[in-house]
Design a protein around this ligand. Structure first.
Ligand code: FAD
Length: 339
């Protein structure tokens, strides 16, 4: 059986979290399939990187180390990854759904005619029977993601082409050291015959990196407000509760669209995926596009006037009430009872 590839994204030599999350998931899939987990690193000055990747379960670390690979340029990365995939024939190849992955993975899949499912929220191994030909397929990658505006959760399989390719957004999968570290065996990629002069046509003259001012991704506690907060003025209550709790502020898309909060705070399918210890949803109905970005939170508290709102079904504690009454009480009692 062929192995699983995870493309390792680098920024100034540091491995992106999404790549470690994909190694964690890749380890699980590789164990189920009884195959090896192989990390692919294209960068410059990456000696020693295998130590970190092995902790997340990488058995093999394919490396192309040269200045043409950093900073990222689409064409040389595409050429080398396509060359390595043709050489090694992995059954699965996983990428982060980052600007780099979104630029690069479709080019690789298009060059290899392999197909690609973008923005998967789950990856599972399973069997499939073709409804027309009745052919049985064993151990395919179920590439699971919301589709049709989030109205259905689609399971996509690719029985005919290899590798089965998927991108996954940052924060969707857990990042954990493997129970047993991988061997992290370094294998140099013989990349020179794979790269043509035309792959180097684009020269990077300058790069501007903007720091994210708002970053709710890693927050331990999030107080999120929805359209039910009523106005931008009233949304301040969400900020007040967050400040008291030492939490970050999140928002639903309806709240962002209404101008109550900045887009960087949007949680959900087209926003950020979060998994805090505590998520307090204030005046949020809990449509699937929102819950897709927060339903892995350890504890969820909802505050909603409608006891039947979908958010109440996934909440550990559902407070039926008006945010204008409940939030000030929470602030008051929290202050009274904490030192
Ligand atoms: P509403 O659905 O209007 O709900 C407001 C809630 O507040 C209601 O449950 C109401 O009972 C309650 N309420 C009202 N007044 C009060 C009060 N005074 N006190 C307490 N409760 C009150 N949404 C996202 O959030 N994130 C996404 O990333 C996202 N991506 C999307 C992608 C696509 C392709 C599409 C089609 C939609 C997407 N949406 C997303 C939108 C999503 O479908 C919902 O429209 C949105 O989540 C609703 O936001 P809301 O719950 O704040 O507003």
């Amino acid at each position: 059986m062929n192995n699983i590839f995870v493309y390792i994204e680098l920024e100034n030599g540091a491995v992106a979290d999404v790549s470690l999350e994909l190694l964690t998931k890749g380890r699980e899939l590789a164990d189920e399939l009884g195959v090896k987990l192989e990390a692919v690193v294209l960068g410059h000055g990456v000696a020693g990187i295998e130590k970190e990747l092995a902790k997340y379960g990488a058995d093999t670390v394919w490396v192309a180390d040269d200045e043409i690979f950093a900073p990222f340029r689409t064409l040389p990365h595409t050429a080398v990854l396509c060359g390595l995939i043709r050489q090694e024939k992995p059954q699965i190849a996983l990428f982060g759904a980052t600007p780099v992955g979104r630029d690069f993975a479709p080019r690789v899949s298009s060059a290899l005619h392999s197909g690609l499912t973008a923005d998967c929220t789950q990856l599972v191994i399973g069997d499939h029977t073709d409804p027309k030909t009745k052919t049985d397929y064993k151990n395919l990658l179920y590439q699971i993601r919301p589709a049709f505006g989030g109205n259905i959760i689609a399971t996509i399989v690719n029985p005919d082409h290899r590798p089965q390719m998927a991108t996954v957004r940052e924060g969707v999968m857990r990042k954990e050291y493997a129970a047993k570290a991988g061997a992290g065996e370094v294998k140099p990629i013989d990349w020179r015959p794979m790269v043509q002069d035309t792959d180097l046509a684009v020269k990077i003259i300058d790069r501007q990196i903007e720091e994210r001012k708002i970053n709710i991704k890693g927050a331990g506690v999030i107080v999120a407000g929805g359209y039910g907060m009523g106005s931008k003025e009233n949304f301040k209550l969400v900020h007040e509760l967050a400040e008291v709790l030492g939490a970050e502020v999140g928002a639903s898309r309806a709240a962002v669209d209404a101008g109550f909060a900045e887009h960087a705070r949007q949680v959900g399918q087209t926003g950020v995926t979060v998994r805090p210890k505590l998520y307090i949803a204030c005046g949020i109905s809990g449509q699937i596009q929102h819950t897709a970005g927060m339903d892995q939170s350890s504890m969820i508290i909802s505050i909603n006037t409608d006891a039947e709102a979908p958010i109440c079904k996934i909440a550990d504690f559902a407070i039926t009430g008006d945010v204008n009454e409940v939030i000030p009480k929470m602030i008051k009692y929290y202050k009274q009872n904490s030192k």
